[in-house]
Design a protein around this ligand. Structure first.
Ligand code: SAH
Ligand code: SF4
Ligand code: F3S
Length: 494
């Protein structure tokens, strides 16, 4: 936890301050007062469960929510029958939405047993008006809804919901769902608390939103316009993390390669990386995600020269067909993508390249799909996330004709998946027998004599080890490759 402020020194009977982040710390103090009265009545602390449903950006937001709940005095729980449950939602594909509606039914059952239980929804799905309407009408037991733009206000919203309770601890009938959704913002509030899942690694937001408007993608509509954090703020956060024992950071943005363009004094992503590298104590730097159209030679050179930037690049392809890429508004061709990968491999022969691919975009012909297969075979990805195209209302692709029939998409998807997996397994073999630096992340879930960690290229390694190794960088000899992970041994042990 960074940025600790003594909440007990805040006068909660005074008017809330207008400026941020002081205002949110004031509301955290008021929430803590509520928690104390809960503890007096119930002889226990209230429990809170934060469920993350989306990408790394969402995961980082969830850590911020947990940080605030922790400051307020909530105890963390992984069980969804807690006193406070919040779903941080994703809406990038239709099935993400359906999952939420299904699980809300289960939460309703828990709330009936524990009427003090509060249910909150936030994240990308809540930025869709139709979703909020549906929840308002069909799921009236939800206590709080807010979106992606005002997540910094969580302490204030939580306080409103908690203080709505009557003396019995049950929601007063006249009190309705609290809904606070903004359409966009250019505001970035710094210095709020965040709780980390791991003590030794952390995500760091460098920018928010996206301006790319790929024609299938809902993210720009639910996350708003691209805005970058000031480099000083980013570096301050990373220095604080390093002081706190963090060794690996992941710089986060929907398109990190366009970082800094909208700052008063523009800075490139490569320049930012060079500064981040200077932070003592940080041993590994990762970043996510890189749009191929913005990946500069300057960035490749900074990566090549760096001993801290990991040898891994996630470079979403989406489609191998130049025609489909055009319809997707990706702004690169098949040839440009392939030459970019060549350039990367020439600079860093050992770099792992991973990707995202969508199958069944409107109008995708058999020939278009073969172009995707061709790129997959040429690039030889270390791994690839493959998705079936999902129609997202409000995006340009949703109103394009020629939606591809389901059974054709399914057949293409299966073929692609098989190819991707075979290549990945073959590529993984090439490291067997080598010695790699592994940052140990956890005890193995199945076998407690093993620990699990990651190599610089993001591959997972299991090897015999102890709890004390967690968070340490260890030389491991890779004995065996089992498809998507390795079995290793601490170097020097044979
Ligand atoms: N900003 C990142 C990723 C955002 S979403 C980037 O540009 O790479 C993560 C992935 O979800 C995308 O790369 C894409 O492959 C997939 N995706 C986005 N919208 C989708 C849709 N409508 N249907 C299927 N997959 C989609
Ligand atoms: Fe979506 Fe494209 Fe932005 Fe990625 S770059 S978030 S795929 S619009
Ligand atoms: Fe999903 Fe929002 Fe991330 S839609 S993929 S959680 S930015």
């Amino acid at each position: 936890m960074c940025n600790e402020i003594d909440l007990d020194k805040i006068d909660i009977n005074a008017e809330p301050p207008a400026e941020e982040p002081a205002r949110q710390y004031y509301f955290m103090a008021r929430c803590r007062e509520w928690v104390r009265s809960f503890e007096r009545k119930n002889n226990r602390s209230p429990q809170a469960c934060v469920v993350n449903m989306g990408c790394q950006m969402n995961a980082r937001d969830s850590e911020k929510l947990r940080g605030i709940l922790e400051q307020a005095g909530y105890q963390e729980s992984v069980s969804e029958d807690a006193d406070f449950v919040i779903y941080n939602t994703c809406t990038v594909r239709e099935n993400a939405n359906n999952k939420v509606y299904g699980r809300l039914g289960v939460l309703n059952g828990y709330q009936k047993k524990n009427p003090r239980m509060k249910i909150a929804l936030c994240g990308c799905m809540m930025q869709e008006q139709a979703v909020v309407e549906k929840i308002r009408h069909s799921y009236p037991f939800v206590n709080l809804i807010f979106g992606t733009h005002n997540i910094y206000k969580f302490a204030e919203l939580l306080c409103t919901v908690l203080e709505m309770e009557d003396s019995e601890g049950v929601r007063k009938r006249e009190n309705r769902m609290v809904i606070d959704i903004w359409n966009d913002t250019d505001r970035i509030v710094e210095a709020l608390p965040a709780q980390r899942k791991y003590s030794f690694k952390s995500g760091v937001n460098i920018m928010f939103g996206c301006n790319n408007f790929c024609s299938y993608c809902i993210v720009p509509y639910v996350r708003g316009r691209e805005r970058s954090r000031a480099p000083e703020e980013i570096l301050k956060e990373i220095e604080a993390l390093a002081r706190d024992g963090v060794k690996e950071i992941m710089l986060l943005g929907q398109n990190v390669n366009s970082y800094g363009k909208n700052l008063e004094t523009p800075v490139t992503f490569a320049q930012l990386l060079k500064e981040v590298e200077k932070t003592e104590g940080i041993e590994r730097i990762r970043f996510m995600t890189s749009h191929p159209k913005d990946l500069s030679d300057e960035l490749i050179e900074v990566m090549r020269q760096s001993s801290k930037i990991c040898r891994h690049l996630h470079l979403p392809l989406q489609s191998g067909s130049t025609d489909i890429l055009k319809k997707m508004n990706r702004r690169y061709t098949k040839e440009q993508y392939l030459s970019l990968v060549d350039k990367l491999r020439q600079a860093m022969p050992d770099i792992a390249v991973t990707t995202d691919i969508i199958v069944g975009f409107p109008g995708e012909t058999e020939a278009d799909f073969e172009e995707t297969m061709d790129v997959v075979r040429k690039v030889q990805y270390d791994s690839a996330f493959t998705f079936i195209y999902s129609k997202r209302t409000g995006t340009p692709a949703a109103s394009m004709g020629e939606q591809v029939p389901e059974e054709i998409v399914k057949r293409r998807f299966d073929r692609l998946l098989k190819e991707v997996q075979e290549i990945a397994a073959k590529k993984a073999m090439r490291y067997t027998g080598s010695v790699q630096k592994v940052l140990v992340e956890s005890r193995n879930e199945q076998d407690e004599n093993l620990v699990t960690g990651r190599m610089s290229n993001n591959s997972v390694v299991h090897f015999p080890g102890t709890e004390e190794m967690i968070g340490k960088m260890i030389d491991v000899s890779l004995k065996e490759c089992r498809g998507f992970y390795y079995i290793g041994e601490v170097c020097g042990n044979g």
